[in-house]
Design a protein around this ligand. Structure first.
Ligand code: IMP
Ligand code: MG
Length: 188
């Protein structure tokens, strides 16, 4: 079923939703789009920790223009699989963002609450533009209006782990995007 981390995936993975090869293809496509769209501009890439770290690392290597980058940290999930709907900012960016083209890099858009919060916060700091980039998207789960400007792979309403996404802080290191077995979290 999985070539990598099969030991780690054992007993917790229902199935693979996107293989690491499919993910890399999507990352390369998005990187090329961003390279084309921001040619000659000052790009400032903002990764959303922790989930976005792996996508961020892969994506910036597919962007062929000079860029600056930084990270912010937010938390919306407790240790369960349901969002609390409340976003907490844990680490901010200390540099001014005025005059910059901002690209926010996220692991997944689910309810849309996190990115709405971040876009509104950054909009108060005088950037030239703000766009959102996500490797995964669950459009059927939206609670607020939020559309990614660059979207990797659309997925159904399932709780997923791997490629940066966690369950209870674990399994971010699975190379494929996998559906978590229901019995793992429903027995809680
Ligand atoms: P939103 O604010 O509901 O859009 O959720 C955004 C955050 O929830 C993401 O950055 C993820 O960290 C987390 N999240 C949403 N869906 C999943 C999932 O299926 N697995 C793991 N984390 C998820
Ligand atoms: Mg996240």
């Amino acid at each position: 079923m999985m070539e990598n981390n099969s030991k780690l995936a054992e007993n917790i993975v229902d199935r693979v939703l996107a293989s690491k090869e499919e993910i890399q293809k999507a990352v390369a496509r998005i990187g090329a789009e961003i390279t084309r769209d921001y040619e000659g501009k000052e790009l400032f890439v903002i990764g959303v920790l922790k989930g976005g770290f792996m996508f961020m690392a892969d994506l910036v290597r597919e962007i062929q223009i000079p860029l600056q980058m930084d990270f912010i940290a937010v938390s919306s999930y407790g240790s369960s699989t349901k969002t609390s709907g409340v976003v907490r900012l844990i680490k901010d960016i200390d540099k001014p963002l005025d005059g910059k083209h901002l690209l926010i890099v996220e692991d997944i858009i689910d309810s849309g609450v996190t990115l709405k919060y971040l876009k509104e916060m950054f909009a108060t700091r005088g950037p030239l533009s703000i766009r959102v980039c996500t490797i995964f998207d669950k459009p059927s789960r939206r609670k607020v209006e939020m559309q990614g400007d660059y979207v990797g792979i659309e997925i159904p309403d399932e709780f997923v782990i791997g490629y940066g996404l966690d369950y209870d802080g674990k399994y971010r290191n699975l190379p494929d995007l996998c559906v978590l077995r229901r019995d793992v979290y429903e027995k809680e």
